[in-house]
Design a protein around this ligand. Structure first.
Ligand code: ATP
Ligand code: MG
Length: 226
């Protein structure tokens, strides 16, 4: 299997050198293979979100190496990082991150505005109906997000993340706000979609029941992989 992510000796300090300095990641070494689905677990404060932010090109590490799809992410400037996020990474969050007063369709289309390749954006737009169908939410296309249940909102967020056919999906506690059954359903639909498209998936979670569904589980403890 080929590698999509290679993280080497990654260190992250917040507020380095100040009184409120936090040593959040203490030398992370991690390789993710293409198409692999990985659960990231660990107690609150162990560094899961910090690691996902760096892998998702939303934050910089203090030091260490990070290669995404053969590209050295540590060498990218602000625009390069934004482009990487827009083109190649889909995000799913606990609180969905959708625009409540817009329709499901408008929320999904918004993700395509940021794509640098306009041809890719057009192609993706033609897949909206198919993607909604795969997530079982075709009938919600014209509905306002604020009228939807939590599980339905998370399906929309997954559709928004998947529509551009990204190389990587990052999800930070995607089932944290959902009940047991809905959490299982959402995890099942997410994993079946990434398997179908060959997308790599990394999910931070406290839910040990859903971790069984992933190819591999990585545990963080106090900023280290154990
Ligand atoms: N923006 C920030 N500024 C300063 N410290 C931060 C910041 N974000 C996180 N931290 C600190 O870094 C450490 C790791 O936090 P992180 O959010 O990565 O943990 P987590 O494993 O995601 O926790 P949770 O399960 O509660 O979401 C914690 O000590 C936290 O207080
Ligand atoms: Mg977190």
């Amino acid at each position: 299997m080929s590698e999509i992510i290679v993280v080497k000796d990654l260190i992250k300090y917040y507020n380095q050198g100040k009184d409120n300095q936090v040593f959040a990641l203490k030398g992370i070494n991690l390789t993710l293979n293409k198409g692999e689905s990985v659960a990231l677990v660990g107690v609150s404060g162990s560094g899961k979100s910090t690691l996902l932010h760096i892998i998702g090109a939303m934050d910089n590490a203090t030091s260490g190496g990070y290669i995404f799809s053969g590209q050295d992410v540590t060498k990218l400037g602000v625009d390069g990082l934004a482009g990487l996020r827009a083109d190649k990474i889909g995000f799913v969050f606990q609180q969905y991150g959708l625009l409540s007063d817009s329709t499901v369709e408008a929320n999904i289309k918004l993700a395509l505005c940021f794509l640098r390749d306009k041809k890719q954006a057009k192609e993706a737009e033609s897949r909206i109906d198919e993607t909604l169908a795969k997530l079982g939410i075709s009938e919600l296309k014209g509905r306002k997000v604020r009228e939807l249940s939590g599980g339905q909102k998370q399906r929309v967020a997954i559709a928004r993340a998947m529509i551009k056919n990204p190389e990587l999906i990052i999800a930070d506690e995607p089932t944290g706000a959902l009940d047991r059954n809905t959490a299982n359903e959402i995890t099942d639909v997410l994993i079946s979609l990434v398997k179908e498209y060959g997308t790599t998936l990394i999910v931070a979670t406290h839910d040990l029941e859903i971790t069984k569904k992933f190819d591999r589980t990585i545990k963080l403890e106090n900023g280290c992989i154990v």
